[in-house]
Write a protein that binds this ligand. Structure first.
Ligand SMILES: [Cu+2]
Length: 279
């Protein structure tokens, strides 16, 4: 005859796992990514594929665990079936998991190759971005489409990148802080560098995140697809002012962009250099 009641622990733990299932389901359906403004839609596909796969497994495992805790906390002698092992079950879950991981790995690697070393179209807009505590120095090659020479010895408050005023190609380079101008539907190749510590160039709306490492030049490319203003964040803790290391991407039409470059050509550091030299 059944006399003893189910112990409180079983009920409590069972309900706790039930709560995890409820919360897991709520978070599963939340909006995970900000509005997409670039051509990197495949990153979203990969992200949501992984989220759906792991989300379903997570919710199932927590739910079944909670149910078993509750079910077998019943002190009436109903024993669970003892299973030492099952070869076919083990082979199945190992193979299926391995194949899924392999597929995700191959997909992820080919995607990564495309956004980092993949060939950007030749009409791409070239921009060089140098991280510095705590700002983004953004350099455009100017009308000659050539980045001029820089020399670390020439770095000063007025010349953040050490542009060499004796180099012709440097003269028309445009350097601005924290405002990145790009052209809608025109691929952009960003070359990332750093003057001091590791920073991370993060454009949430563009699905772009790439470290800027001292001593290295790292390229990444993407195509903005929507006109508008978007955030640039530093995603690598880089010092006390890290939280202030914030900029904006302004996606413009080609005409607006050309106009902007003209304006900036007159206020950039390059202009200061020429003024200093009395030219
Ligand atoms: Cu930083």
């Amino acid at each position: 005859m059944k006399t003893s009641a189910r112990p409180k622990e079983g009920l409590f733990l069972g309900l706790t796992f039930g709560l995890i299932v409820v919360l897991g389901t709520v978070f599963f359906f939340k909006k995970w990514l900000p509005d997409l403004a670039s051509d990197r839609v495949e990153i979203d596909h990969l992200f949501y594929t992984i989220l759906i796969m792991t989300g379903i497994v997570f919710i199932l495992v927590q739910g079944i665990t909670g149910y078993f805790i509750w079910r077998y906390s019943d002190p009436t002698p109903e024993r669970a079936v003892y299973l030492s092992h099952s070869r076919s079950l083990e082979i199945t879950w190992t193979t299926v998991t391995a194949l899924l991981m392999l597929a995700l790995g191959v997909w992820g690697l080919s995607l990564w190759k495309n956004v980092t070393t993949g060939n950007a179209p030749s009409k791409a807009l070239a921009v060089e971005i140098t991280g510095q505590q705590f700002q983004w120095n953004i350099r455009y090659p100017g009308p000659d489409s050539k980045f001029g020479r820089v020399d670390p010895h020439l770095i000063s408050d007025d010349n953040a990148l050490g542009l060499d005023p004796k180099d012709k190609a440097s003269k028309d380079d445009v350097v601005v802080q924290d405002d990145l101008y790009l052209v809608v539907n025109r691929p952009a190749i960003v070359t990332l560098r750093s003057k001091d510590v590791i920073h991370s160039f993060f454009l949430p709306n563009f699905r772009v995140k790439q470290d800027a490492v001292p001593g290295m030049s790292i390229d990444t490319w993407f195509t903005p697809t929507k006109i508008g203003d978007y955030e640039i964040a530093c995603a690598q803790f880089c010092g006390l002012g890290h939280y202030t290391m914030r900029g904006m991407v302004h996606v413009l039409s080609q005409e607006q962009f050309d106009q902007k470059m003209k304006e900036l050509g007159h206020v950039s550091y390059q202009h200061h250099l020429l003024t200093l030299k009395g030219e």
